[in-house]
Design a protein around this ligand. Structure first.
Ligand code: A3P
Length: 318
């Protein structure tokens, strides 16, 4: 533990030994902070971000639980906001992974004790995060910046997370069985978990302040992409004009950001992040309901039980 902490940078380092600790899915440990679980490095990034990020009223913040379609949402939001700047045939999304175009706050910009100079970002600044609502920097909560939350059925999110984690574990690490991962996920001990509490924080906020927080579901976006691309564009303050509707701009954005297009691009097949993760690990199947191929009826019952217990009465269902 000492070694794990010693190598890290960040003001919050002294806090780590006093926090509740759980078993990690890739790193050795997860730490519980303000009710949610983090790897040490991401937690220090989160604390650094809480201390230093100053939101502007014009900022746009994309928020997800890991494996809920972050990559897709980043691509669509970037394409919407920048559609006057780039033609669809020479678009940055064709040569750059969406995670580079819309950087994570706590995982990229504020990680390892960095305090980035955000003055170079053109307005509107597009950022992303997995932070729970409760733990967003105060400046985000108190500014007029817009927050988009995308969630996904917990069963598919879990299966996607299990595959992702399995790919990122090194060859020296024992694989985590589906059963073991399931128990950890259900107990909330997963990255940015408990999943249900994370989703509920944003759901409640979207109900109370719909002008500030807009809530999307992966499954609904899959079913009616054009409807939700329009809804997103309107919320972000970039509605489509009648001319753009006529020209098929919504469909162009959908096509450019589709799983098939993005996952087959050279950059996403062969490139990797600065931190080493290959971009292709962010593209697996991109379908709804893949959980039927993995979960036992008992696991499904347990998922449903937790969902009812945690979300019952909130109006949010899966
Ligand atoms: P699966 O593992 O179920 O295939 P995130 O981007 O939050 O890490 O989520 C990754 C999940 O989103 C993966 O789900 C991945 O395949 C899917 N995904 C990635 N790009 C997508 C896209 N353009 N459209 C739909 N789903 C996409």
């Amino acid at each position: 533990l000492q070694e794990e902490v010693e190598e890290l940078k960040g003001e919050g380092k002294h806090l780590l030994p006093s926090l509740p600790r759980g078993v990690g899915w890739i790193c050795n440990h997860l730490y519980q902070y303000q009710g949610f679980w983090y790897t040490a490095r991401k937690l220090l990034g989160a604390i650094n971000c809480q201390g230093h990020f100053k939101a502007q009223d014009t900022d746009l913040l994309l928020v997800t639980n890991p494996k809920s379609g972050t990559t897709w949402l980043k691509a669509i939001a970037f394409a919407i906001v920048n559609r006057k700047r780039y033609s669809f045939s020479h678009h940055p999304l064709l040569t750059t992974n969406p995670h580079e175009l819309v950087p994570f706050l706590e995982i990229k910009l504020y990680v390892d004790d960095h305090v980035p100079d955000l003055a170079t970002f053109t307005s509107p600044r597009l950022f992303s995060t997995h932070l729970p609502y409760l733990s967003l920097p105060d400046s985000v909560k108190h500014s007029k910046c817009k927050v988009v939350f995308l969630c996904r059925d917990p069963k598919d999110t879990f299966i996607s997370l299990w595959h992702f984690t399995s790919k990122l574990r090194t060859s020296g690490q024992e694989p985590i069985s589906l059963e073991e991962a399931f128990h950890r996920f259900c107990r909330g001990v997963s990255l940015y978990g408990p999943f249900w509490d994370h989703v509920l924080g944003y759901w409640n906020e979207s109900q109370e302040r719909p002008d500030r927080v807009c809530f999307f579901k992966y499954e609904e976006m899959k079913e009616q992409p054009a409807v939700h691309i329009r809804r997103l564009a309107k919320f972000l303050g970039y509605p489509f004009s009648p001319e753009e509707e006529e020209e098929g701009t919504v469909e162009e954005i959908f096509r450019l950001c589709s799983f098939d297009t993005l996952s087959n691009l050279d950059v996403n097949k062969n490139g990797k992040m600065e931190s080493g993760e290959e971009y292709r690990t962010f593209f697996r199947r991109g379908v709804v309901g893949d959980w039927v191929n993995y979960l036992t009826p008992e696991m499904v019952d347990e998922f449903n039980r937790i969902t009812d217990q945690k979300l019952g009465g909130s109006g949010l269902t899966f």
